[in-house]
Design a protein around this ligand. Structure first.
Ligand code: NAG
Ligand code: NAG
Ligand code: NAG
Ligand code: NAG
Ligand code: NAG
Ligand code: NAG
Ligand code: NAG
Ligand code: NAG
Ligand code: NAG
Ligand code: NAG
Ligand code: NAG
Ligand code: NAG
Ligand code: CU
Length: 566
């Protein structure tokens, strides 16, 4: 009796210790590193000399302190993509929204506050285009003493999808900004930094994932590509989605997956096929690509252990066509929250604030001294939300807001609805005068705890494209999506309010709409933008400021002493 009583006490103490959130430390040294890919060696900006960068591993509710030390020759900021940072926007990272850049030679100790996130997230640079090489996984395990809501996998495998340019990414960025047109296409897609053996000079580095027949693997996947949604498939195997964007989903079995830039997927892969070598292959999805695009295919090899004569080359999967919008839409529309007793959801049912935001590509006339590589060589590209091209200030919006000294850094008149109604998705003949946006730095103010419904409407101005929209500081429920123009009286009737997926990045379909709901329960300054890098560079972004609540625990925490100055 005595023994078992002690054992019980021991167990209680153990579980008490285990339920305590930990504080973990990481050091990120931003530096130039010499890398060779596709027959070319060059310097790229990395964290700790790694491409992709180091994986952060924590448990639900932990605090992670990352000392970012900038030994590169480049201004940098780092964002913890999908981490809500309750009441603490100071570490969120988007340049000039929440902070000024960490300048060469400087450093910044960032506190990353985990709360309800569980699963796979990632981190990346959030200043100009440096995220092309500065990114990595952020793995959030269940609390000690709790388990996955699915069978314990035998092993976990990182799958970081990226995009590779032979030329220096800073040069690609500058040519793009100066030219006013589309950016240079990437030369390759990558899996864990490797293009794979369909490219010249890349066979020896091809990523290999070794598996044992009969075992189950948890693939922790992120699309870290700059400008492309991606289709991915593994020959002769299905994939089971069990999570996305740091929240669990109902199991979704599919031959292929679609993943947007910014999005993460937790996928179970059962090694249940005959011993062999199978390709994991990925290429871009774009419903309406420019005339030239990166149509290359990246591969990794799933290699079964054992003695056998493998297929040579490995078995190749049958990927959807690069422009198969239905395949892309169908996959994303199949995502559902797990919504179990252990992982409940809380979809706002009574909406206080209804927003309708159009997402457009625009055209701006060229000044006499500007190059003019935009639409038909007669204008420069821009992009907008509700016809406003976001003008990035050169100082931190959060800093100005917190100190109460705006000085014209931003305005609070971001419109709740677009200024003009038109047939947003009209196939052709839209009046060219509609293509000109306004340029401004406007924010939308939200009350603490305000429930928001936001409908994104893609438009066909200049070109209709999928826009993977990303919100900082909150997750949202994706309650509906469709093609064509949104019609509230019809489309709101079909919302999923039972088990909608809980995401931070969602691809608004080309010439279609997506409806999201969230509760503005995180006071602070939060960027929302398209995660296609060329679109956010063109101005497809805006900012939400969530006001403080009355209670002292509902207010933005004070800034750390080492906030980088401008
Ligand atoms: C990178 O290293 C290779 C081989 O060591 C060398 O040939 C090349 O010049 C280096 N590149 C740069 C940009 O330093
Ligand atoms: C960060 O910079 C400060 C001031 O330059 C210095 O005192 C500190 O030691 C640095 N910290 C690290 C981790 O390098
Ligand atoms: C590989 O190199 C060959 C010969 O230089 C060239 O014809 C081919 O286009 C290259 N393939 C790729 C995918 O770059
Ligand atoms: C893979 O699937 C194809 C088509 O279903 C089949 O013909 C082939 O034998 C399979 N390969 C292996 C190694 O199982
Ligand atoms: C890529 O596009 C080129 C030109 O349109 C075409 O010839 C080639 O077959 C395509 N390659 C792949 C891998 O789809
Ligand atoms: C996809 O592109 C091909 C040309 O490569 C075209 O024939 C086809 O109609 C396109 N499909 C869709 C759905 O746009
Ligand atoms: C998408 O789903 C619908 C309905 O389930 C189905 O009719 C259609 O064939 C699917 N399309 C693709 C490309 O899978
Ligand atoms: C281009 O001209 C505008 C006036 O039209 C001027 O404000 C701007 O500084 C000029 N830019 C350059 C790079 O010369
Ligand atoms: C809007 O444009 C679409 C695509 O061209 C067309 O099918 C639809 O009929 C238009 N709607 C209205 C109300 O004109
Ligand atoms: C956007 O605003 C500009 C400037 O006011 C106007 O010329 C243009 O027609 C507007 N376009 C749309 C789609 O609202
Ligand atoms: C918002 O909700 C939280 C948690 O339910 C509560 O602590 C807080 O006081 C609320 N804020 C306001 C302004 O009602
Ligand atoms: C780096 O950031 C500082 C502070 O915002 C700014 O003054 C400087 O111009 C930036 N440097 C570059 C190369 O952008
Ligand atoms: Cu976009």
């Amino acid at each position: 009796m005595k023994l078992s009583f002690q054992a019980l006490g021991f167990l209680l103490i153990l579980s008490f210790i285990h339920s305590q959130a930990a504080e973990l430390k990481y050091t990120f040294v931003v530096q130039e590193t010499n890398y060779t890919r596709l027959c070319t060696s060059k310097n790229l900006l990395t964290v700790n000399g790694l491409f992709p960068g180091p994986t952060i591993t924590a448990r639900r509710g932990d605090t992670v302190i990352v000392d970012v030390i900038n030994r590169g020759d480049h201004n940098i900021t780092i964002h913890w993509h999908g981490v809500k940072q309750p009441r603490y926007p100071w570490s969120d990272g988007p340049e000039f929204v929440t902070q000024c850049p960490i300048q060469p030679g400087a450093n910044f100790s960032q506190r990353v506050l985990l709360s309800d996130e569980e699963g796979t997230l990632w981190w990346h640079a959030h200043s100009d285009w440096s995220r092309a090489t500065i990114h990595g996984l952020f793995v959030i395990l269940p609390r000690l003493g709790t388990t996955y809501p699915f069978r314990q996998p035998d092993a976990e495998v990182p799958v970081v999808l990226g995009e590779w340019w032979q030329s220096d990414i800073q040069t690609v960025f500058e040519n793009f900004v100066n030219g006013g047109g589309d950016p240079a296409n990437s030369d390759a897609l990558t899996v864990n930094g490797q293009p794979g053996d369909l490219y010249n000079c890349s066979a020896s580095g091809t990523t290999k994932i070794k598996v044992d027949r009969g075992k189950t693997y948890l693939l922790r996947m992120v699309n870290a590509a700059m400008n492309n949604l991606i289709f991915l498939e593994i020959a002769n195997h299905t994939l089971t989605v069990v999570g996305s964007d740091g929240a669990y989903t109902k199991p979704l079995v599919s031959d292929y997956i679609t993943i947007s830039p910014g999005q993460t997927l937790d996928l179970l892969l059962e090694a249940n096929q005959p011993n062999n070598r199978y390709y994991m292959a990925a290429k871009l999805f774009n419903a309406q690509p420019a005339s030239r695009f990166d149509n290359t295919t990246t591969t990794a090899i799933i290699e079964y252990s054992g003695n056998y004569t493998p297929s040579n080359p490995p078995v190749f999967p049958d990927l959807p066509a690069f422009n198969d919008s239905n395949a892309s839409f169908n996959f994303t529309a199949g995502l559902r929250s797990l919504a179990s007793a252990e992982h409940p959801i809380d979809v706002p049912l009574k909406i206080k604030k209804t927003l309708f935001y159009t997402l457009s590509i625009n055209a701006i006339p060229c000044a006499a001294n500007q190059t003019c590589e935009g639409p038909r060589g007669t204008a420069r590209f821009a992009a907008s939300i509700n016809n406003i091209t976001f003008d990035m200030p050169s100082t931190s919006i959060l800093g100005a807001y917190y100190r109460g000294v705006n000085n014209g850094v931003y305005g609070d008149d971001f419109p709740d609805v677009p200024p003009l109604k038109f047939n947003y998705t009209q196939a052709s003949g839209l009046n060219a005068s509609l293509r000109l946006p306004e340029v401004a730095t406007e924010v939308t103010m939200l009350k603490h705890n305000e429930t928001v419904e936001l409908v994104f409407q893609g438009t066909n101005l200049v070109a209709g494209v999928d826009h993977p929209m990303h919100l900082h500081g909150h997750s949202f429920y994706v309650v509906g999506a469709g093609f064509g123009n949104y019609k509230r009286s019809r489309d709101s009737l079909n919302y999923n309010l039972v088990d909608p997926p809980h995401m931070q990045t969602i691809a608004v379909p080309q010439n279609g709409w997506t409806a999201i709901r969230f509760k503005a329960n995180n006071p602070g300054v939060w960027f929302m933008h398209c995660h296609l890098e060329r679109h956010v560079s063109w101005g497809m972004g805006m900012v939400f400021i969530v006001r403080n609540g009355k209670a002292s625990n509902a207010r933005v925490l004070p800034p750390p002493p080492d906030m980088p100055p401008c």
